[in-house]
Design a protein around this ligand. Structure first.
Ligand code: GLA
Length: 721
């Protein structure tokens, strides 16, 4: 049993953690504890009060919403910190007072309606905590779902308007964590196009520090993941609280250190790009937040997120091995046609590559990025014999075939826009801003999705495809839906995302054997919402290994390497120098390998190298896909990036050390979570190691040249002597 309730105290237990709260006077849920596993039944709510803090007459100056570590902070009723819910009643008031109204423990879970959420297994349990606001008549149900095996708890709330008048939700945060006063840092993943998810660590100061996206996408700039850790925490030691959001649109994450030093960490839809009119009898579900605690440093937190994502978020693996792709984008851009693509297919087949991915440029009259988004039918001059017969010819060579689409977008120069100008987001009477010459379709309008479903049903349904690359190459600037009435315009972004998820679900049902790779100009939607439908995500449009390294490193804090799509390309003319090509490969095998080269025209030497690389990758793939991942050297704070995987059965350790630029001679050290009682052999050199020595750390020389790397593959060969 992972959920226990006694004497108004609710305890959620995972394998290594406990989360507890109790009801103050049987009415208000107040947080008691989140940390390493313990029996929480003897914990009680301390009195917390500060001068100037409002209090309920009946309790006096011992309890105030302003100082309480509440599970559900409410706007407008005495809590002056950032709150989780702001609800405006029909009378214009934003004061609410939700009080406890019962609970249920469910086997499994209830998913938020129309939104992605984590899949339960046979051990999953959910606490449904009901709270009622007597004046508006609204019922709030907070769902806490416990994924005990990965030390993860998720939370979201449902609001049911059981009152007599409409209310408006003006702020919604899915989860609120209360972290005791400690000297803490926070870690976020910041960036831009195309340098997403750089690790950034700062001290938690008094007051508010927040990250958000207002772009209608989870964004290149601030990934929705955040962690708060003790100031002394490192990769392997120290306490860490991590949070993330199963959502791909605009969001808000707040870290607020209050007057008493307590840290409130919360994530949700926020308020700037969100509002929702809830009429009598209607129900609203917010997206799901995910949180974890680890006493084993940042690597410990990452392990919890990685296991959770692999077991409860990602779709089932579509193929026994992940296809190594040859993507046409960086090789040919829009210059593709039947004949050159068939040459790509031959080159793929001959060099150990499993799939040809035809990127942008195959539809409408798309010869550059100024036209045709929305016209998802074949480019007649590029495919004179028809796309279906071309795909059959590719497949006849014995490789898989993938195709690129960008369903959410439309170019003003397209048949779709000419036929339905009111299907694009745009404010009335104003010229809409363009980005990459394109506009955003109104996915809040169900007719737009109906149309796309029937179009893709016909055009992609006629092709024997194995893979879809789903792109999204601009952000939403004018979130005005011509379909929605004026009083519902604040709902546009949220309804847009639900429309996107609806189309993803349709693709999953219509093309159940097809693998989806998500992309948004690289990693602009590298989030848990997209991971629910995508086996992997294109990590970034940057493929130069030196610039790729910090992106891949940062991504691993929150997301497992098995979602990280990494291509060897010819960026910086890598193929001219065998050492650089080798380094690009060593960088790419941090995740799932692919190529983005003009392989048909490459010299034989490059092709031979690609053949060696693809064969070698196959021997590592399983451990990269499923192994436990540990970061060692941080490329944001030093010149090296190093990490290792421990295989699922713990018999092997695959370690990589990457040094992009020449350094002054020094020794470097890597320590491993090996079995101290075992002996190991490095399969790459034949050298033997005692497990205890690997735990202690091995020392080796760095390089005084660019593009240096070291790899080790330790295999357990027996007991230590
Ligand atoms: C985005 C993607 C690229 C490529 C182009 C095509 O930028 O990230 O990989 O698909 O679009 O236009």
């Amino acid at each position: 049993m992972s959920i226990r309730v006694s004497n108004n105290t609710f305890v959620l237990q995972t394998e290594h953690t406990s989360y507890a709260f109790a009801l103050y006077d049987g009415k208000y849920p107040v947080h008691l504890y989140y940390g390493g596993k313990q029996d929480c039944t003897t914990l009680t709510i301390p009195n917390r009060y500060n001068a100037f803090s409002p209090y309920y007459k009946e309790y006096g100056m011992v309890y105030s919403p302003d100082c309480a570590w509440t599970e559900l902070p409410l706007f407008g009723n005495g809590d002056f910190r950032a709150t989780a819910l702001k609800l405006r009643g029909a009378d214009g008031s934003c004061v609410t007072d939700f009080v406890y109204d019962g609970y249920e423990i469910l086997t499994g879970r209830i998913c938020p309606e129309g939104l992605p959420c984590a899949d339960p297994d046979q051990n999953t349990q959910t606490l449904a905590l009901r709270m009622l606001d007597s004046v508006t008549g609204c019922l709030l149900i907070a769902y806490y779902t416990v994924f005990a095996d990965c030390d993860i708890i998720t939370r979201y709330f449902r609001l049911e308007n059981a009152g007599t008048a409409s209310v408006k939700i003006e702020r919604a945060m899915s989860a609120t964590l209360n972290i005791p006063p400690v000297d803490a840092d926070y870690v976020i993943l910041r960036g831009a196009y195309p340098r997403e998810r750089y690790y950034q660590r700062e001290h938690v100061a008094y007051g508010m520090q927040s990250i958000c996206s207002r772009r209608g996408a989870s964004s290149h700039q601030f990934n929705p993941f955040a962690a708060v850790c003790t100031h002394d925490a490192d990769e392997d030691t120290g306490e860490v609280y991590g949070i993330n959001f199963v959502y791909s649109g605009s969001y808000l994450t707040e870290i607020e250190k209050d007057q008493n030093g307590m840290i409130r960490l919360q994530t949700g839809l926020g308020e700037e790009n969100f509002g929702y009119l809830l009429e009598r009898g209607q129900t609203f579900d917010c997206p799901e937040a995910v949180f974890t605690y680890s006493a084993d440093g940042l690597n410990g937190m990452s392990h919890n997120f990685h296991s959770f994502i692999r077991a409860h978020i990602l779709p089932p693996e579509p193929f026994p091995t992940r296809p190594i792709v040859l993507n046409t984008w960086e090789a040919s851009y829009f210059d593709i046609d039947e004949n050159n693509l068939l040459r790509f297919a031959d080159a793929a087949k001959e060099n150990g590559i499993d799939m040809l991915v035809m990127d942008d440029g195959w539809f409408g009259k798309r010869d550059d990025d100024t036209s045709s988004l929305g016209d998802w039918y074949e480019h007649k001059t590029k495919f004179p014999t028809g796309l279906a017969s071309f795909v059959d010819r590719v497949k006849a060579k014995g490789i898989k075939f993938g195709i690129w689409i960008e369903p959410e977008m439309v170019n003003p120069d397209s048949d779709l826009y000419r036929a339905h100008p009111d299907w694009a987001l745009a404010a009335p009477g104003r010229e809409p801003l363009l980005s990459r010459h394109q506009m955003v379709l109104d996915f809040a309008n169900p007719a737009v999705i109906d149309y796309l479903e029937s179009l893709f049903d016909k055009t992609l349904g006629a092709l024997d495809i194995d893979y879809i690359k789903w792109d999204m190459n601009r952000n939403i600037s004018a979130a005005y839906s011509p379909y929605l009435p004026p009083e519902r315009q604040d709902e546009t972004q949220f309804r847009y995302m639900k429309g996107v998820y609806r189309l993803f679900r349709w693709f999953g049902e219509r093309f159940p054997k097809v693998m989806i790779e998500n992309c948004s100009g690289g990693g602009g939607r590298y989030d848990l919402g997209m991971m629910k439908y995508s086996t992997q995500i294109w990590t970034s449009d940057i493929t130069d290994p030196g610039l790729r390294i910090p992106i891949q490193h940062g991504s691993t804090y929150a997301y497992p390497p098995c979602v990280m799509s990494c291509h060897v390309s010819n960026s910086g003319n890598l193929t001219a120098d065998p050492r650089r090509l080798d380094f690009a490969f060593r960088t790419a095998i941090n995740g799932m390998l692919g190529y983005e080269l003009h392989l048909p025209d490459m010299p034989d030497q490059v092709k031979a190298t690609v053949r060696e690389q693809t064969a070698l990758y196959r021997t590592y793939e399983e451990i990269i896909k499923k192994g436990r991942f540990y970061r060692v050297h941080n490329p944001q704070t030093g010149p090296y990036y190093s990490y290792y995987f421990v295989s699922e059965d713990e018999s092997r350790i695959l370690a990589t050390f990457l040094q992009h630029k020449a350094q002054e001679r020094e020794d470097v050290r890597m320590a491993f979570r090996a079995d101290p009682m075992a002996r190991y052999t490095d399969e790459l050199t034949g050298k033997e190691y005692a497990g205890a020595a690997l735990c202690e750390g091995i020392t080796f020389e760095n390089s005084t040249e660019d593009y240096a790397y070291r790899m080790f593959l330790f295999r357990k060969v027996g007991e230590s002597l």
